[in-house]
Write a protein that binds this ligand. Structure first.
Ligand code: BT5
Length: 324
């Protein structure tokens, strides 16, 4: 099913603004002309604009930046990340859907994505604004064979993937520990990692990623207007979300495979390279304490190492927020 649709879109896209006959499409896809017609109809329901003209055939109109399964799969260069896709128009939060899918045995790398979230979540019951205009709101299900205490490393790995994808698009993003991606001091993406595990075994990790892509300043609600930015604002032009997403997923997969094969060091190295936290005087606030000092780096677990300026002792911050 999926592959016939994929082949049809592929052939139509390759033809540019030319027409392809139903007969020829049927040959390419290895199905009947009636099946071609049915699949074209299904693609239209997914939001593709496909014109049918008698005696000429079919023609696809330029795509309209839609986040559908077919759009995402065409041109996706990964082996397992984002190969199984659940795409929605509007959901409360992709995190809950992903958790439910994970509990039902969803495969490693499953992507849940929505054009809009009505109850997008940040950490610690905070809100993640996920309006319909131009963001990427998604959750990835992964099932790494690592002990649960190492799961925070995946948050850092995800931040590196986001930064690499943004830099490839010409946007100089940096990472603020633990989970913020910033450009020029403003937040462009956030990551929320949720663990489904027993004490010594991970069942699945649901990594939620929110990336502001095509919002304009007026699309941000008043409470985040001064602290948030988007790729479009930074670049001065809109981006194709699907292409950005495909690049992000490929980078995530690369880093993830490297992490499982070689350990955290190569990831840590890249995280530190793009960090805007390391080498700064920071104030770290955790559930237990608040301290100020010099941020030296992260350790192998992804904890932030801060030299407390009152005691002169190094402290490890495993979770919390920092201000720079
Ligand atoms: C985060 O939390 O940054 C994690 C955000 C994770 C969002 C993704 S979207 C897909 C998946 N489904 C979900 O429901 N969530 C995940 P935290 O570090 O707690 O930051 C939250 C704070 O960021 C808020 O209190 C706001 O100040 C700010 N914020 C909220 N929405 C924003 C946006 N769209 N852009 C920039 N900043 C935002």
């Amino acid at each position: 099913e999926q592959s016939i649709k994929k082949q049809l879109v592929h052939a139509l896209t390759n033809a540019g603004d030319g027409y392809i006959s139903g007969q020829y499409l049927a040959e390419i896809a290895g199905c009947s002309r009636t099946a071609v017609w049915k699949h074209i109809d299904a693609l239209r329901k997914e939001g593709f604009e496909i014109e049918a003209v008698k005696k000429k055939g079919y023609r696809i109109l330029p795509r309209k930046d839609r986040l559908t399964e077919t759009e995402i799969l065409i041109g996706l260069k990964t082996d397992f990340i984002g190969r199984s896709i659940h795409a929605y128009e509007s959901v409360p939060t992709t995190q809950t859907i992903a958790s439910e899918l994970a509990a039902k045995g969803a495969e490693n790398g499953t992507l849940v994505i929505s054009e809009e979230q009505t109850e997008g979540k940040g950490r610690l019951q905070r809100v993640w604004h996920s309006p319909h205009q131009g963001g990427l709101w998604m959750s990835l299900i992964v099932k790494p064979d690592i002990p649960p205490y190492q799961a925070p490393r995946l948050t850092l790995l995800t931040a590196v993937a986001a930064v690499l994808a943004m830099r490839e698009m010409g946007v100089e993003a940096g990472i603020k520990w633990p989970n913020d991606v910033l450009v020029n001091g403003k937040k462009i993406a956030g990551i929320l990692t949720e663990l489904h595990a027993e004490s010594d075994q991970i069942h699945s990790v649901v990594i939620g990623i929110g990336i502001n892509v095509n919002q304009q300043p007026e699309d941000f609600s008043t409470d985040i207007k001064s602290i948030a930015t988007s790729l479009a604002i930074e670049k001065g032009e809109n981006l194709d979300r699907v292409i950005f997403l495909q690049s992000f997923l490929a980078k995530f997969e690369d880093l993830y495979v490297t992490f499982l094969a070689e350990g955290f060091s190569p990831i840590k190295e890249q995280w530190e390279r793009y960090s805007i936290t390391i080498g700064k005087r920071v104030t770290a606030t955790t559930a237990q304490k608040s301290l100020t000092g010099y941020a030296r780096g992260i350790n192998e677990d992804g904890a932030l190492v801060v030299k407390d300026e009152h005691t002169n002792e190094e402290q490890l911050i495993y979770s919390g927020d920092i201000t720079i």
